[in-house]
Write a protein that binds this ligand. Structure first.
Ligand code: G3H
Ligand code: 13P
Ligand code: ZN
Length: 316
């Protein structure tokens, strides 16, 4: 069942966070649905601009619609990740998405508000929710690359004004994370102090944590042992997810960790079975491993085991 992010956030706020997982293909989709059913968790499917153009943009929509039939017990939202203005408008009008992110965080404060307000008005008229971003995460997204030195934490006072003027429904805050596999150089960590100040000013308002992959050391080690060269990778401690949830974080974005699972499975598979060449063999291993990974993340997020309660509340 496809629901809005807003409905999920109302049920989760202050208690747990909903996992928002990026997908690009069939195997990720199967693993994601299976993992969420196994762990009895609601979830958010995120589609980036890059994912939309990986093959034909309609392809992912069809895969998701079919997954909804194959997994009738799943409860999820479909969300555009890091949309620019044109893509957000296209997704709002497509009739398929339940929410969009408009990321104008690289613009000035006033311009960010102006663009976000335009998208909020259009989205709300069609029943969709809007996520916006204030502050700048480090790392690389598809249409904007932010050097660590240029990354800017969200200002709590500005967050309050931004939300009231832009009419967004959720706010992605920069609290020290960054996209990709190389986060937290030196002693940097999650800035709970900033998060606390934001929540104080907008109690009850859903906050979003991007760049939340944990980049497990054992996963990186296995990849490197199987021929990879990912050195110095470091991520977010997922034992901190529940604390973030009590401070208003209701959506936690995870993409890189899934890519690492894919890379580990395929590198090890072909290292250990050099005579093989059927893509379905490692594909099957990946789907099972990705499902296991998703289920374990949902436990860390606190969303595991909430599916029946959510279904009952959504029916009321
Ligand atoms: O924040 C970015 C997401 O990880 C999506 O990455 O734009 O390469 O699909 P992508
Ligand atoms: P990671 O790179 O940490 O997985 O972050 C993903 C993300 O924020 C997608 O919007
Ligand atoms: Zn992101």
């Amino acid at each position: 069942m496809i629901v809005t992010t807003k409905a999920l956030f109302e049920l989760a706020y202050g208690k747990y966070a909903i996992g928002a997982y990026n997908i690009n293909n069939l195997e990720q989709t199967m693993g994601l649905f299976q993992g969420c059913i196994d762990s009895k968790a609601p979830f958010i499917i995120q589609i980036s601009k890059g994912a939309r153009s990986y093959t034909h943009k309609k392809m992912l929509e069809s895969i998701i619609k079919t997954a909804e039939e194959v997994f009738p017990d799943a409860i999820f939202a479909v969300h555009l990740d890091h949309g620019d203005e044109a893509t957000a408008i296209e997704c709002i009008n497509s009739g398929f998405y339940s929410s969009v992110m408009i990321d104008a965080s690289h613009e000035t404060f006033d311009k960010n508000i102006e663009i976000t307000k335009k998208i909020s008005d259009m989205a709300h008229a069609k029943g969709l929710a809007v996520e916006a971003e204030l502050g700048m995460l480090g790392g690389v997204e598809e249409h904007v690359s932010v050097a660590e030195s240029a990354a800017k934490l969200t200002d709590p006072e500005q967050a309050k004004e931004f939300i009231s003027r832009s009419k967004c429904d959720a706010l992605a805050c920069a609290i020290g994370t960054s996209h990709g596999a190389f986060k937290f150089s030196g002693s940097q960590g999650l800035r709970f102090d900033v998060l606390t100040e934001i929540q104080k000013r907008v109690p009850g308002f859903p906050l979003v944590m991007h760049g939340s992959s944990s980049v497990p050391a054992d996963e990186v080690e296995r990849i490197n042992k199987a021929g990879g060269k990912i050195n110095g990778a470091k991520g977010v401690d997922d034992n901190q997810f529940k604390k973030a949830a009590t401070l208003g974080v209701t959506k936690i974005n995870i993409d890189t960790d899934g890519r690492l699972v894919w890379t580990r499975v395929h590198r090890e598979y072909f290292r250990d079975k050099p005579e093989k060449f059927d893509l379905r063999d490692p594909g099957k291993v990946f789907m099972a491993e990705y499902a296991k990974f998703i289920a374990s993340k949902n436990v860390k997020l606190g969303s595991a085991g909430t599916l029946d309660e959510i279904r009952a509340k959504l029916k009321k």
